[in-house]
Design a protein around this ligand. Structure first.
Ligand SMILES: C[S@@+](CC[C@H](N)C(=O)[O-])C[C@H]1O[C@@H](n2cnc3c(N)ncnc32)[C@H](O)[C@@H]1O
Length: 273
């Protein structure tokens, strides 16, 4: 599973606009909503891993961290639910969270997905998840936002709380995926934002007149690729966290529509006698 990828050897941790506290909400929400809508199907291959994590934790609850504009859940939840209902379990319950929650997107997607989905309107830091938010923690397209110490803190917090966690990234630390972004990001953003309803004129202005949404999304997309962790780096980061009562697995899953997914999952186990 853990095939090494070609490309950049060293991780380059530049800033992303989305991580800056002062970054205007209208621009941040445009980027996170676009991310949630444009990569439909990307995370399909990890549905069985999420089912496995739910089973390992004996729970039907997912707490999604760093949810942005809800990430892949609109297409991923029905897949996991189908696996679960096929064997007689109920649909999973999903709670969406983020340090800077995109409440309009959370509200829209929760409305479409139905009563098993809720969200937290206050900022939830993936490094210190409150005790009352129990269940399988998931992070999509977001672990690369965290530097080594913050990323390790996310893993340590899950292991310390005895909760399973699954971290999934479709970005790749490889210069060859960077070039095409200069065309694909503007084309897809300019095509998407004008179709959104209700129409937000500030969002439209900063996309089609002064295209700050497009430029900052392009920067963040390039930087995301260069910051992505590799499986062996994830394994080294997790080493020792949770002790004998917790197990880690890292690798690269089979390809989805946007390429293979790098992952690390962690879950509690019975320590060997
Ligand atoms: C690229 S977006 C990914 C959003 C979504 N998961 C997706 O798949 O489209 C990364 C998100 O991580 C959030 N984030 C960054 N650092 C965080 C932290 N320490 N705790 C919680 N969320 C964080 C940002 O606010 C942003 O919404």
């Amino acid at each position: 599973m853990s095939t090494p990828r070609p490309g950049l050897k060293r991780r380059i941790h530049l800033f992303e606009f989305e991580d800056l506290g002062w970054f205007p909400k209208v621009l941040r929400d445009t980027i996170t909503r676009w991310l949630a809508e444009v990569f439909v199907g990307t995370y399909d291959p990890v549905a069985p891993m999420i089912t496995r994590l739910l089973d390992s934790g004996g729970t039907g609850q997912v707490v999604d961290l760093c949810s942005g504009g809800t990430g892949p859940w609109e297409y991923l939840k029905p897949l996991v639910d189908a696996e679960r209902t096929g064997r007689g379990d109920g649909p999973l319950a999903l709670t969406l969270t983020d340090l800077y929650p995109n409440v309009p997107s959370f509200t829209q997607v929760a409305g479409r997905l139905g009563r098993d989905v809720d969200f937290v309107t206050e900022g939830i830091d993936a490094r210190h998840v409150p005790d009352h938010l129990k269940g399988v923690r998931t992070l999509f397209s977001s672990f690369h936002h965290l530097d080594y110490f913050d990323a390790r803190a996310v893993l340590a917090d899950a292991a310390g709380a005895g909760q399973p966690i699954g971290i999934f990234e479709f970005t790749q630390r490889d210069w060859r995926v960077v070039g095409p972004l200069f065309r694909s990001v503007p084309v897809s953003m300019l095509g998407a934002v004008r179709t959104w309803r209700p129409r937000n004129w500030v969002q439209m202005f900063f996309t089609y007149v002064i295209p700050l949404t497009v430029l900052t999304a392009l920067w963040d997309s390039v930087v995301s690729e260069l910051r992505t962790y590799r499986p062996h780096e994830l394994e080294a980061m997790a080493e020792g966290l949770g002790g004998d009562g917790y197990r880690w697995e890292a690798g690269v899953s089979t390809s989805g529509p946007n390429g293979p997914i790098t992952y690390i999952i962690g879950y509690p186990v019975q320590p060997e006698a």
